[in-house]
Design a protein around this ligand. Sequence first.
Ligand code: FAD
Length: 379
Amino acid sequence: MKILIVGAGIAGLTLASFLKEHEGFDVDIIDKAPDWSHLGFTIDIWDVGRRILARLDLDDDFDDLSHPVHSYYVADKKLNNRIVLEHFEKFYKKYPSVLSQINRKDVHAILIKKSECDIRMNLSIESVNDAGDKVLVTFSDKSIESYDLVVGADGIHSQIRELIYPDVKIEYTGDRGWFTWIAQKYVSPQTITEILGPNTMCSLFDNPNQACAFFTAKEIPGTFCDPSTRMDRLKKHFKDYGSPIPEILSELKAEDLMPTDIGFIKTDKWIKGRIIIIGDAAHAMEPFAGIGASMAMEDAYVLADELIQIQLKEIPKALEAYKKRRLPRIKLARHQTRLNYYTDVSKIPGLHFLERVLAPFFSTSHFTKGYARLLETEP
Ligand SMILES: Cc1cc2nc3c(=O)[nH]c(=O)nc-3n(C[C@H](O)[C@H](O)[C@H](O)COP(=O)(O)OP(=O)(O)OC[C@H]3O[C@@H](n4cnc5c(N)ncnc54)[C@H](O)[C@@H]3O)c2cc1C
């Protein structure tokens, strides 16, 4: 089976790694990036993602490069406790290795090594044409090739999705996020700290080799995040926050912060003939549940699992079987993401006040039930 994977990110490389383990697959993989220098910052991987890496015998590599998150700490902007730490400790005890922190570039590197792929960089697609039993692809360098299956694993701004379903658009939440490295002294060991103010949030991560912060605030999507005013805007958004936020901001320069408009893709239009989109291309989620990469890896595993069982002529059947398996889990992950979003940064008036008052009376399972159901079940 001749397969083109468009996008050598987490989903594309995981798929290539699984297919490589089986006979009968001839895989081409391309990426529009000229190199990997843009792979920034830290990423949370839930155990559901680690389990997929374990199926590729990559769990030891992953464990060497990551560390488990022992505590999840939520505070209000004055750094008062809101949802007490012990509740989450119980959750972590129930699910050992539940959540890990790792550099994004390290996840990428172990997958590149495993897939042994010759990735054609700096290359994208001009057109895809499904001709029934083949897909004709014209690449951006004008070369033409024919494939049995084309997989769009090309992220939230997917070109493959745009080509097959131009009506499916990114929906923006109206929040902008800024990632940055920060000094280690500002984070607690193996802890994620979320500091919430209405409409704003700062998350602090103890990444294995350098600490990281992610600021979120309301800004108009698509507007230029002008570096000359960036620090002043951030200081204004976070002016009421308690220590260490003012100290962190005073040490940063505009170029240390990577801005991104937060958006998501909500559609079940994943398949057209012999073309399929997976990972963020199909179901990008806001980063508030830290689950997108784990879901992208699961997609790749399930798609490979369906493809290895079939003959060429059955590709459309395998794609439908894939979709049937993935929809319920993506729905769960999306539900958890929305719950976190409303708890963290939504601008519903009064919600934050209510949360602060009511949070101590809620069981933690209210905040973690989506994760728990994902952890308890197989993809
Ligand atoms: C700020 C932020 C923080 C996040 N934090 C977390 C987290 O902590 N935990 C978590 O699980 N998830 C997190 N996510 C989500 C996670 O990054 C994604 O869900 C995951 O990377 C999806 O993998 P993917 O392979 O589908 O897409 P990507 O990782 O985006 O990979 C897509 C690849 O396709 C390539 N590409 C794009 N367009 C083309 C084209 N036209 N032609 C060829 N190649 C192309 C890109 O260069 C890239 O290499 C976060 C997202 C954001 C924005």
